[in-house]
Design a protein around this ligand. Structure first.
Ligand SMILES: NC(=O)c1ccc[n+]([C@@H]2O[C@H](COP(=O)([O-])OP(=O)(O)OC[C@H]3O[C@@H](n4cnc5c(N)ncnc54)[C@H](OP(=O)(O)O)[C@@H]3O)[C@@H](O)[C@H]2O)c1
Length: 263
């Protein structure tokens, strides 16, 4: 088992990516502390993990609330003795941020993804790192999208938000790697099983007249494999990157765009 007895905290664990990563981490032996803004979706994942023989606890933690993140992490330390993996899978609904041309976009709507994504990643990473430093060991992870590195219309402040998170991954690593803590992002291609991608489709459909099937084909056509990624494939990579097998990997975002984006 690649993550046997590793203590992992996941933020946004009730979401598509957070829950897929939780299940994959659990199947590799991790002891999970799952959190989200609302308890029910996180509890559903924790119950699934436990009924499959794994270990998971669910809690409400607003990943934008410094005190809530700190108090929860302290409870993890009090219960499990340490934290080995911090995974930020927080996402805000695309309906709030996509679809308005930049020249018409309100500054508050432009700023929302930038402040939300960077604040939650900074807070969860910083709080975990403060605990990991004591053990000179740990992995801090998050998720971005190819908007960090390529121009896409009608995505408002989402591209700058993703670029900022990738910069923060590099900077966190530059400071933390000498203390034994790795910082690694994942940049998956769109996974059409998720609500996120269905919501991202709506404004593109309005602008281009494409159907859902045509849009998936358009996105898939930009990959070398001519298909989109599954949540399972993304989660398998998350397991590897969180494991000691990836001990040589830090300060970077793994390009999971299947060839859509050159390195
Ligand atoms: N899905 C994809 O194909 C894809 C591809 C590339 C990148 N990404 C990126 O990956 C991230 C996650 O995507 P996803 O598809 O998993 O989204 P998702 O299904 O909407 O999950 C996001 C989760 O974050 C939670 N959340 C939101 N604000 C929070 C806060 N302040 N504190 C704690 N939890 C909070 C949400 O809870 P509530 O529902 O209760 O608000 C939800 O459970 C996003 O940044 C997304 O842009 C996704």
């Amino acid at each position: 088992m690649m993550l046997k007895d590793k203590v992992a905290v996941i933020y946004g664990a009730g979401g598509a990516i957070g829950s897929a990563v939780a299940r994959a981490f659990a199947s590799e032996g991790a002891n999970l502390f799952l959190t989200g803004r609302h308890l029910t979706p996180v509890e559903v994942v924790a119950e699934d993990v436990v009924s499959a023989g794994g270990s998971a606890a669910a809690a409400v933690v607003d990943a934008l609330d410094e005190q809530a993140v700190d108090t929860h992490l302290q409870s993890v330390i009090d219960t499990a003795g340490r934290v080995d993996i911090s995974f930020n899978a927080v996402g805000i609904p695309n309906t709030k941020i996509l679809g308005v041309p930049l020249i018409e976009l309100d500054v508050a709507q432009f700023s929302l993804p930038i402040t939300t994504y960077t604040r939650s990643y900074f807070l969860t990473a910083r709080m975990a790192a403060r605990r990991m430093v004591a053990n000179r060991s740990g992995v801090i992870m998050t998720v971005t999208a190819l908007h960090s590195r390529t121009g896409i219309p009608l995505v408002g402040g989402y591209g700058p938000a993703m670029a900022a998170k990738e910069a923060l991954t590099r900077d966190l690593s530059a400071e933390l790697a000498p203390q034994g803590i790795r910082v690694v992002g994942l940049r998956p291609q769109a996974m059409p099983e998720t609500r996120t991608i269905k919501e991202a489709f709506t404004p593109r459909a309005k602008a281009s007249g494409m159907t859902w099937e045509q849009w998936q084909e358009f996105l898939a056509g930009r990959t070398h494999a001519r298909r989109l990624m599954t949540l399972e494939e993304m989660a398998n990579m998350a397991v590897f990157m969180a494991s000691d097998k990836a001990s040589g990997m830090t300060g970077t975002t793994v390009n999971l765009t299947m060839g859509s984006l050159d390195d």
